[in-house]
Design a protein around this ligand. Structure first.
Ligand code: DGJ
Length: 744
């Protein structure tokens, strides 16, 4: 009988008060929960899509050490020894809460995704109530019809007569059966973001967190993978991918206690963030997105990338322009002729967009060095006498689109803004502000609606006055350095971190409602905003301020686990590199930059004609492979972390008719034995012709122009010579290859 109800519930997507096991299904995943009114909601299964006959046989968790099945343990009434999702103090001081099902429904939905795209799927809403307090929680699980992603989040409503205090507010947990489970996660710092860590899960708690307050992807990243049968493999094995979609302070924990399960928790970091929920108010948590792959980490990445391009990223289905950004070329020394020259140069190499970075603004306090002017978003007419109209005119003349840099959430204490509104900054009550970059940078209080209006106004002024502006680089270069909102009442100071990001998100939403078309890059001292928490409002992000190609191989590798190449701004910069001072040949720099959203970050007038020619050719070639890189499926092949002195990755178009293969040698010594790389993701029965891009060799590769079956390329692979055959005086120790594969 139950099987039938289950069947009806999942196929007809109707509400069913009687169904016990409820399934949420994506094309390849099933997520199954056990729901009984008056009991706690329980986890049953997350994995490959199941037949209804098998669903009926799935065992329940729970009892003894087998594992706890409760999806949303609340602290105090029955759950005290184990970790909990919700902890709160009721209005009367009672610290115990019990969350039991009062209702649930499964419905088909058709709505707008965060990036504005239409989506369809199912939504499971589970209503939980406390038997003795009128506090209610809704747990939500949402599936997509066309991508393997389940999103879960909650809202908590205070039905009590007075304010309650939330001290912990995670999303529903995910139990993962013990075995040989490994966790892949990412950590970094400025100029070294997204470094990969892989470790087995053991007893105890693995905590991944970021408490920057503003740039919450700089040190810790809120995306993890769990490989269920040993260390992660790129192309095979059971793998869960989980991402918290939140731009603020977060905490991810994987807790392993005395049961047969690990428990994954994700949510807003509760540290110094207890939340006072007034009578009748609702607190909504940011979503967690989950996918299950049977094809290793690449399966997880492909699912996240597809979901991101369709539903998370702005304009995820539109090719990105190839751009020159002025930062490493001129730093703050922008001026009219200099911008004109850079526009001309990028156009002459085939580029499509020029972005003027920091340094263009400030009237009373011109932005000569980085210790003033943030907040004063007026053109410095000493540098740019003809203002933005002059720049737009030059862009038109040169045949490129124009973009501009802003850092709207920040001020310098040396600025007209700060003089007028010292109360708009974040600062501990009664204390002097702590200042960041340049000794004067402070963070504006995004919790304050006046600040939100001001930030909206910066973009609104630019875009309403100059609708030709095609691109904005939105930077943020400081953390919360001391705790305090001058806007929030003293009793709600602990809301600062949460309210900052609420304010940021609502402002971004407002901007997007008015300006849906402009391209916006998320930058925060480099990769500090590589998070799906804000990406629905952005088209792309700056991976890192470090543009050294060798380090980029690692950073872009780590970033690719969850974020698609279309969003990874990846620029060719100068040698020696401005961050590592390493000199890497242009060929290698190009070959790395071409694996993301290609751009340049260099002063073209310092380039030789030969270098410009190589870039011109690369840009022309990139235009051919752009749809494959930006919309194709990623197959990471050999990790730069593997110790093989080599890294290799590829992108395959959805129809498998084309692919791009990248091969980067990371180290050189004599008698070096590099592995031959087997490709992946191709159609074994198709025949592919090989063409090398960015070739500098005097002789073509032996495989040039030849055709191979997908099976050959995936089972055997192509031999790559260890070095380039170039004239004697041009030889160096670097070697890299980009191959374009096209179906014959
Ligand atoms: C930090 C960014 O990451 C850089 O790319 C550049 O825009 C600077 N800020 C400008 O101040």
């Amino acid at each position: 009988m139950k099987k039938i109800f289950l069947f009806l519930a999942s196929i007809l997507a109707i509400s069913s008060a009687y169904a016990e096991k409820v399934e949420l299904r994506t094309p390849n995943n099933s997520f199954i929960v056990d729901l009984d009114k008056g009991a706690e909601p329980k986890f049953v299964y997350f994995g490959p899509a199941l037949k209804s006959q098998d669903i009926a046989e799935l065992p329940r968790l729970g009892g003894g050490n087998g594992g706890r099945a409760e999806l949303y343990p609340a602290y105090g009434a029955t759950h005290t020894q184990s970790e909990t999702c919700l902890a709160m103090r009721h209005a009367d001081g009672n610290m115990s809460t019990q969350m039991l099902i009062s209702d649930y429904k499964l419905q088909t939905i058709k709505d707008k995704a965060p990036n504005g795209a239409d989506r369809t799927g199912e939504l499971l809403t589970i209503t939980l109530s406390d038997p003795i307090y009128p506090t209610t929680v809704h747990l939500y699980y949402q599936s997509y019809d066309d991508v393997d992603m389940i999103e879960t989040w909650t809202d908590i409503t205070n039905g009590e007569k007075k304010t309650v205090t939330l001290t912990q507010f995670y999303n529903p947990l995910l139990p993962v059966r013990r075995g040989d489970v490994w966790c892949t996660h990412f950590h970094g710092t400025w100029a070294s973001e997204a470094q990969l860590t892989e470790e087995p899960l053991n007893n105890g708690t693995l905590v991944i967190k970021d408490k920057d307050g503003v740039r919450n992807a700089m040190v810790g990243r809120s995306e993890i993978m769990l490989s269920l049968d040993g260390k992660a493999q790129e192309n095979y094995g059971a793998e869960i991918g989980a991402a918290l979609l939140y731009s603020g302070n977060f905490r991810i924990t994987v807790d392993t206690d005395d049961t047969d399960y690990h428990y994954y928790f994700s949510g807003i970091n509760p540290d110094n963030s207890e939340y006072h929920l007034k009578k009748g108010e609702t607190f909504t948590t940011p979503r967690t997105a989950l996918t299950y792959s049977t094809t290793g980490t690449n399966g997880v990445s492909q699912a996240f990338h597809r979901w991101a391009r369709r539903y998370q990223l702005r304009h995820g289905n539109q090719e990105r322009m190839i751009l020159l950004n002025s930062w490493e070329g001129v730093y703050l020394n922008v001026n009219q002729e200099g911008m004109d020259q850079m526009m001309h140069d990028i156009k002459s190499m085939g580029g499509e967009l020029f972005v003027m970075d920091d340094g263009w603004f400030g009237d009373k306090y011109p932005r000569a060095v980085d210790n003033s002017s943030l907040g004063d978003w007026v053109v410095d007419t000493r540098k740019l006498p003809e203002g933005i109209p002059g720049l737009l005119r030059d862009a038109k003349k040169n045949g490129v689109k124009f973009g501009i840099w802003i850092e709207p959430e920040m001020a310098n204490t040396v600025s007209e803004l700060y003089e007028a509104h010292p109360d708009w900054i974040i600062k501990a009550p009664g204390r002097e502000p702590v200042k960041g970059r340049g000794g004067t940078q402070v963070v504006l209080d995004m919790a304050n609606p006046k600040v939100q209006d001001f930030v909206f106004g910066i973009v609104d002024n630019l875009l309403s006055n100059y609708p030709e502006i095609a691109y904005i680089k939105w930077d943020a270069n400081a953390p919360v350095m001391n705790h305090g909102s001058q806007y929030l009442p003293m009793e709600d100071q602990s809301h600062l971190y949460i309210k900052y990001h609420e304010g940021l998100n609502s402002t971004l939403k407002r901007i997007r409602e008015k300006y849906p078309d402009v391209i916006i890059q998320a930058c925060a001292s480099g990769g500090g905003r590589v998070t799906y928490g804000v990406l629905p409002y952005f088209d792309e992000f700056w991976v890192s301020d470090n543009t050294d190609a060798l380090q980029r191989v690692r950073m872009q590798w780590g970033t690719s686990y969850f974020f698609p190449a279309i969003a990874q701004a990846s620029h060719i910069s100068a040698a020696p590199n401005h961050q590592t001072f390493r000199s890497i040949p242009l060929k290698f720099r190009i070959d790395v930059a071409m694996s993301g959203r290609l751009g340049m970050e260099i002063q073209p007038k310092n380039m030789t004609d030969e270098e410009k020619e190589l870039c011109t050719k690369a840009i022309a070639d990139y235009k051919k492979i752009r749809p494959i890189v930006q919309f194709g499926d990623i197959y990471r092949l050999l990790s730069p972390y593997s110790g093989h002195d080599l890294a290799s990755t590829m992108f395959v178009s959805e129809d498998k008719k084309q692919a791009v293969f990248y091969w980067w040698k990371l180290e050189t010594f004599k008698n070096q034995h590099l592995p031959r790389i087997k490709m992946a993701g191709l159609d074994p029965n198709k025949s592919y012709t090989i063409h090398e891009l960015n070739r500098i060799d005097l002789r073509p590769l032996p495989c040039e122009g030849k055709s191979y079956s997908g099976a050959y390329l995936m089972n055997i692979g192509l031999e790559m010579p260890l070095s380039h055959t170039v004239e004697y005086n041009k030889q160096n120790d670097w070697s890299s290859r980009v191959l374009h594969l096209t179906e014959e």
